[in-house]
Design a protein. Structure first.
Length: 95
């Protein structure tokens, strides 16, 4: 499975190496900048979502993923590591 890194983090490491006198770092930094950015979106796991309620049953309170049985509304019981397209990071977890 491929691993994705932040390009700025890689350049930061290369700059640190350059400060230690490595003469090939400038060429390496240019190569890192030429790497196309991956088209990815950070996943918000249920445990980090603002719609997650860590009760005994770990429920999702988002109306977009609410389910119903025989016309009666019910909340969705979720695993904390699950994720969906409606995940929104809670204010507590924002960097």
């Amino acid at each position: 499975m491929a691993e994705y890194i932040k390009r700025d983090d890689a350049i930061h490491i290369l700059v640190e190496c350059d400060l230690m006198g490595d003469v090939d770092v400038c060429r390496a930094m240019q190569k890192v900048r030429e790497i196309p950015a991956a088209d990815v979106v950070e996943v918000v796991r249920c445990k980090d979502c603002k719609h997650y309620s860590p009760t005994y049953y770990s429920i999702c309170t988002n109306n977009n993923v609410e389910i119903s049985f025989y016309g009666e509304s019910a909340v969705l019981v979720v695993d904390p590591d699950f994720y969906c397209a409606y995940g929104e990071r809670s204010d507590d977890d924002e960097a």
